[in-house]
Design a protein around this ligand. Structure first.
Ligand code: KG4
Ligand code: ZN
Length: 355
């Protein structure tokens, strides 16, 4: 990977960004790459009663939150709606009902204020979230995207130029934390609960599978969930929950860090970024820091508020696309699935073709 260091061009007026692809309603205001506000209303308590995100309930909760959250983002930025110059919103991939709420709000506002609108790919938001850090990674770099819905290794040549080099074949890493936590009776969402329970546990106490072996850069976490279920059934009341949590965390962290560092070495990448909700995991951060130090790779992990779903990262991606001339049509769709995007097109983005 040869270093490219062309200056990035951001949209230079106040930009409102909206994110509602899953269970966080978020709005942010950016000025260039500067994040003036980043409001996040989490639905975690709502979905905890069902042990996972219920799409219909998520959409309804976004409807209740979107207006106050967006108003607060503009207010905290010290602005009035009339000061805004563009709107960006996640339109893909995600829960369609949830996405539609944020996207419809964004369209309505952009239409009323006569502002340009751009639809943003949620994963591109995560990948570019590091641009909001005081010290962003250089391009090109390798990015490990680890969230509740995604586990992907992406070679990032520069913004808009992405190449998928590895991905999960079944469950995402965050899902493995969440499902494991549920089996261990640790509640929802599972990532933080497993991390906390693991603090006093022995990661070598229970042997859990690592999924795929060999030189693949793909991941598989579904066997881990089954193994935790068997462990819980076999041990019954003798199960040491802290040890099981530590063993589960170790199984996930060791695979993620081994693959990410091997991919970076294969691609001769000088830098590795780790983004998405699971990047908040302390054990993962420590393990990667250790591996990267030994391999001479720079490690870049955003602060937690830029790791979990948030509108600031959508604003960063949207800002670059708007500055490059991309505009979305009013009939832009919300899409459940979508490949990583390519360079901007003035004609809009995927999801803008069916009126
Ligand atoms: O990026 P995110 O907020 O939403 C998605 O796009 O999915 O990621 C949520 C995921 C959940 O699976 C949650 O359990 C996990 O991130 N997570 C963690 C931690 N904090 C959140 N996983 C491990 N350790 C954590 N500290
Ligand atoms: Zn996400």
């Amino acid at each position: 990977m040869e270093a490219v260091n062309a200056p990035l061009r951001f949209w230079d007026g106040p930009l409102l960004a909206i994110e509602s692809s899953c269970d966080e309603t978020s709005a942010a205001v950016l000025l260039g790459r500067r994040i003036l506000s980043n409001i996040i209303a989490s639905q975690v308590d709502l979905h905890a009663q069902w042990g996972g995100v219920v799409p219909e309930a998520a959409a309804r909760a976004h409807i209740e939150a979107i207006v106050p959250v967006a108003d607060e983002a503009v207010r905290q930025a010290g602005l009035k709606p009339k000061d805004l110059t563009a709107v960006a919103a996640t339109n893909r991939p995600g829960l369609v009902g949830a996405l539609s709420v944020g996207l419809t709000y964004a369209k309505g506002l952009a239409f009323a204020l006569r502002l340009p609108l751009v639809g943003v790919h949620h994963l591109e938001g995560h990948i570019l979230s590091t641009l909001g850090c005081p010290e962003p990674p250089p391009f090109p770099h390798l990015c490990l995207v680890v969230s509740g819905g995604h586990t992907e290794l992406v070679s990032v040549e520069e913004p808009f130029r992405y190449r998928l080099v590895g991905q999960t074949l079944d469950d995402a890493a965050g899902e493995a934390f969440d499902k494991g936590a549920r089996l261990l009776g640790l509640g929802y969402p599972g990532g933080r609960a497993v991390q906390e329970a693991a603090e006093s546990g022995d990661p070598a106490r229970y042997a859990l599978p690592r999924g795929l072996s060999g030189d693949t850069l793909d991941f598989s976490f579904s066997g881990l969930k089954t193994a935790v279920l068997r462990l819980v059934q076999k041990e019954g009341s003798a199960l040491k929950v802290a040890d099981a949590a530590a063993s589960l965390q170790e199984a996930i962290v060791s695979v993620l860090s081994e693959r990410a560092v091997r991919a970076a070495e294969n691609l001769e990448a000088k830098a590795l970024s780790v983004v998405g909700g699971v990047a908040a995991n302390r054990a993962l951060r420590d393990r990667l820091a250790d591996h990267c130090r030994r391999s001479g790779i720079g490690l870049f992990v955003p602060p937690v508020e830029l790791c979990t779903d948030n509108a600031a990262m959508i604003g960063l991606a949207g800002s670059l696309r708007l500055a490059a001339g991309e505009r979305s049509p009013w009939h832009l769709d919300a899409l459940p699935n979508a490949d990583l995007p390519g360079p901007p097109t003035p004609e809009g983005v995927p999801g803008g073709t069916s009126a």
